[in-house]
Design a protein around this ligand. Sequence first.
Ligand code: MTE
Length: 319
Amino acid sequence: MLIRKPADLHYSDVTPREVYLNRRRFIGAGAATLGALALPSSALATAKINGLVQTGPYHNLGNEKPSPKATVTSYNNYYEFGTGKEDPSQNAPKWKVPAEWPIRIEGEVMQPKTLSLDQVMKLAPAEERIYRLRCVERWSVVVPWIGFSLSTLLKQVQPTGKAKYVAFETYFDPKAMLSPREAGIPFPYVEGLRLDEAMHPLTLLSFGMYGETLPNQDGAPVRIVVPWKYGYKSIKSITRIRFVEKQPPTDWGIYSDREYGFYSNVNPEVDHPRWSQKEEQRLGSGFLGQGTRMATVKFNGYGAQVASLYSGMDLAKFH
Ligand code: MTE
């Protein structure tokens, strides 16, 4: 993560930690950012320090700058709200995120639990982490996410010795979202990680970006971000987490097991049948924000942290 000092912060009127801890207040008010503006200035100063400034070995992106927020919120994959890149920003904002958002954690655990989103967000301070996200379709963005390691949530239940994988499920609202037939992929959207991947400190449970709650098209109210894997592993709007013994089905794997592997680590050495993975287009950067072509880096640049998870594995076979 870029380590931002208080003086560098340009979210001068937004207090992520306060925003998240008081989320209900703002939902009632309609717009999350407007709610934040109403906070007293003393709360702002404290929250900036407690909520955003983080240090640590996992988050350093050097000089990379976040992509423009307008890009990250208007060019999305969220098939529940349309299959075109602009569809989610058009359609998802009309969806009213349920005020009650239970997250069920079950399966191979000693004590299954259902936590409200508010309970989840109180488990740890909100961190800002600037991560790259690279899509298999070759576009990439850099996003200042807000959240904390998914492991903090997963540690709330005691996995049994049988738990080898973690399966995730997106909320599905047939009234507000496309049907699976219309979208061409199964819903509820499902994804999965191996247990050690899910527990890795880089794997983020995110409920905000750019100092605010997540826009619907980016996965409100809570999503996973796995920065060393192709974007489709970063499942949005999750409501169910299951510890399982066998490798769980994934949406794009069900769609085609020849194109999309379970692991889906960003890897320029293994092409997707329809898209080379050697290069990517960094959206919203370069001359007039037209995007910059750049070489794709193995594990999306997070190899020092995550390569050991795959030692001894043939990453062409387990792609
Ligand atoms: N999650 C759900 N529920 N539905 C989706 O269609 N698309 C995935 C992933 N998570 C998707 C999803 C894909 S293909 C990508 S590239 C990322 O979300 C995109 O995240 P972004 O829109 O925040 O950039």
